[in-house]
Every structure is written in structure tokens, then in C-alpha cells.
Design a binder for this molecule. Sequence first.
Ligand code: ADP
Ligand code: MG
Length: 337
Amino acid sequence: TRAISLRDVTKIYPRDVVAVNRLSLDISPGEFVVLLGPSGCGKTTVLRMIAGLEDITSGELLLDGELANAIPPGERQLAMVFQHYALYPNMTGEQNISFPLKIESPGRDTTNQVRETARLLGIEDLLDRLPAQLSGGERQRVAMGRAIVRRPSAFLLDEPLSNLDAKLRTRLRAEIATLTRHLGVTTVYVTHDQAEAMSLGDRVVVMRDGVIQQIGAAREVYQRPENVFVAAFVGTPRINLLRATVHAPLDGRLNIDFGTQRIQLPQPLSPDHQMLRVQMGREITVGLRSEAARIATPQEMRPTEALLNGVVQHVEFQGHESLVHVSTGAHPARVEG
Ligand code: ADP
Ligand code: MG
């Protein structure tokens, strides 16, 4: 298992397409890191540069502390699993999984290694089948098997579940997390699905237009987004983003003015709200997660709460909870991307 470091890495494709822009990231041995961002933000390019499938325009890739920009892909001991897992259609599960071993040393008996790998993935009973006789999820398990059978020192997974249905995705992502932790192998997992990223990552790296926006534990990225893009990209239902200005009236309690109404912040201010003092008089963007709000009458307010008036527009029943749409007259903040 290995350490992977990117130092100020830039990738420029022909026609001056800057896919990755001065990206720096240190991944510790055995760590599970998720690269998260919208389509086209450069995630696949980062993985391909780590794998050696794409040249690095400038900057350094270090594998276990050693400069690796010029090491051929075959010598990096990394395994990559793609969204479109290409299994050989005329080979059984067993033959597909043993293929990388046979390439290494053609005459070798691979039975035990393949069995052990199949056991890890719970696919012992699929070894005799051809890909056409497997479901999407089963095929992806076989593809994983082929990737891990050589015990690579790191895994690079590029949206490995995006072709699967929602239920299977949820199950397989938990299995992948368990498996890679069990193997203790460094894993870089790419996804555009924020829910997947939240559930998987020791650390989540949020990207946009080739640039890292934030690196942090899933909880941190969710609760303390460093900018409006991260706030809006992470979390379902989407965070409410409202334009407002901060005021301090005579009694010293901070007000947030949404244009049509003001809320008065409870005293004393929480550490999160302290920074609002600096923003006095300026336009700010207020992010309000739905779970941070509750619906109540003014009489039911608690001392730690602030009251924002609104009219319930619509209630979405979602089983374990309901999503309530409320209009407050506040202006939504614009977020690009
Ligand atoms: P993601 O995996 O996050 O969707 P990619 O790394 O595939 O993003 O692409 C990042 C940017 O680089 C996009 O603008 C994409 O169009 C561009 N790009 C990707 N591959 C190539 C290529 N081979 N040649 C030119 N541009 C490319
Ligand atoms: Mg991609």
C-alpha cells in the first residue's frame, strides 16, 4: 500500500483545455479518498495521471515519496476500475479474474488466488459464468476481482457504480469500503454523486473546473463548506441559499435582513455566527440546511432559535421524513455550476 502525492499538478489538453489546475493532494498509505465534483471538473484526468495513462503537463506525482511522473503505467502497481468495466465476453468469471496473473506468468496455477479473491467479493458461485450470464452488479464484482487479484498497492476507482441501479449502488459502495479497508490498500474513488462521496470518504476532495475547492472529512465538508459552491453541491435536499445583509441595531443583537423580513440572532452568538460581525452592512449569502430549520408558531419558539416567517407551499412525503417547501419572500442567492 502506498502514499500518493500530487504537487501543484496541472494538466493541459490540446487546444489549451486546462483540465486540472495546480492541484496538490497528499494521500497516506491505506487511506480512502474520494474525489467529488460535477462532470468535466477533472476527476478522471487526475486518476489517469496517477495511473500513468496521461502525461502530467507540470507539477509532480510522488509514489511513496519518489518522483513518478515518468514511471510507465505497468510498473506503478496500481489497479484501475472504470465505470465501463470491460470484461472479456468469451471468458468465464474465473478466466477474467485470473487474466492479469496469466499475463504475468503464463504457465502458473492461479486457482487458489482466484478462489481467495472470489471469496473476498462473495462471488465464488459466479466463477463458471460468462459475463452475459451476470447482472450489472455481478459483472462489476468480477471486474473488481480482476483488479484486486494481483494485490495492487493502490486502487483507482472511476465512478465504478454509476451504471448500476440505486439499490445496488448503495449496497456495493458499502462493500467496496469494507473490502478496501480490509485489504488496507490506498484507494482513490472518483464520483460525481455527493451522497456516495459522503457515505464513503475518510476524506472528500471537492473539485470544480480542475481546482480543489475543499478537502475534509465528509462531515466537515457538509457542515462547514468553505464556499458557496461546496455548500450547494453537497447535501440532499439542496441547501437553501438566501441573499441577506447583516445589521446591528441598538440593542446589540445582530439582525439578518432578507429584504422582506429580518431575523434576530439569539444571544450570545455561537462561534459560527461571530464572524458575521465582520460582514456588517455587507451582502452575505445565508445557507440554511433543511434539518436546521423546524416549523413552529411564534409561541413555540425556543430562546436559541430565530424566527423566519413563511408560507408552506408544498409537502413532499418521503417515508422516513417529509420535505416541506416554504416561501419566505427572501431572495435566492445565485450559484454558478
Ligand atoms: P470528469 O472525470 O470530472 O468528468 P475529465 O477529467 O474527464 O472530468 O475532464 C476534464 C476536462 O478535460 C473536461 O473539460 C474534458 O472535456 C477535458 N478532457 C478530458 N479528456 C480530454 C482529452 N483526451 N482531450 C481533450 N480534452 C479532454
Ligand atoms: Mg470522469
